[in-house]
Design a protein around this ligand. Structure first.
Ligand SMILES: Cc1cc2nc3c(=O)[nH]c(=O)nc-3n(C[C@H](O)[C@H](O)[C@H](O)COP(=O)(O)O)c2cc1C
Length: 136
């Protein structure tokens, strides 16, 4: 079997996305991901994305090339790309949470921290912990 990898990145939407735009994005993403064995979770808050994608290396690389070339978002920063033994989000072709209220705290604190800190070493761990906390 080819390597399984997990990739986590953050980005910002060029324009705030409507509920309908998010639904459309997810619908298409889930169909495509299912056919390529991609699983993961997408978090959205007020124009900011954090996404984890996992799958076989070639599938993750291909998808991320598409995502990087997507003009609907910008400021894409890869926080982690690791070889993994097993998937953390195996249940979801692409889970989604539009974060608000209390849940927001950890995420927005992360983004603040992220934009003002230069120590990249602990960021991947923080990002992963946030994503994992939404796994249920
Ligand atoms: C934040 C964000 C997350 C995305 N996640 C996925 C995804 O998980 N799977 C996917 O197929 N497309 C995803 N897309 C869409 C891709 O960027 C791209 O539009 C799509 O893969 C294009 O496929 P096509 O060229 O085959 O039409 C995402 C886009 C954005 C802005």
């Amino acid at each position: 079997m080819n390597d399984l990898v997990q990739l986590i990145y953050v980005s910002s939407a060029k324009c705030l996305m409507t509920e309908q735009e998010l639904v459309d994005l997810l619908k298409a993403a889930r169909v495509a991901n299912l056919s390529h064995g991609i699983t993961g979770l997408l978090l959205y808050n007020d124009g900011n994305f954090m996404q984890v994608i996992e799958g076989e290396r070639c599938d993750v690389d291909q998808l991320f090339k598409n995502i990087e070339g997507d003009v609907s978002h910008t400021g894409i920063i890869v926080l982690l790309k690791d070889k993994i033994i097993s998937r953390d989000f195996s249940k979801w072709a692409m889970g989604f949470r539009n974060i608000s209220g209390k849940e927001l705290e950890g995420f927005s604190r992360f983004l603040e921290y992220h934009s003002s800190d230069s120590d990249n070493v602990i960021l991947p761990g923080k990002a992963k912990a946030i994503l994992m906390s939404f796994r249920g």
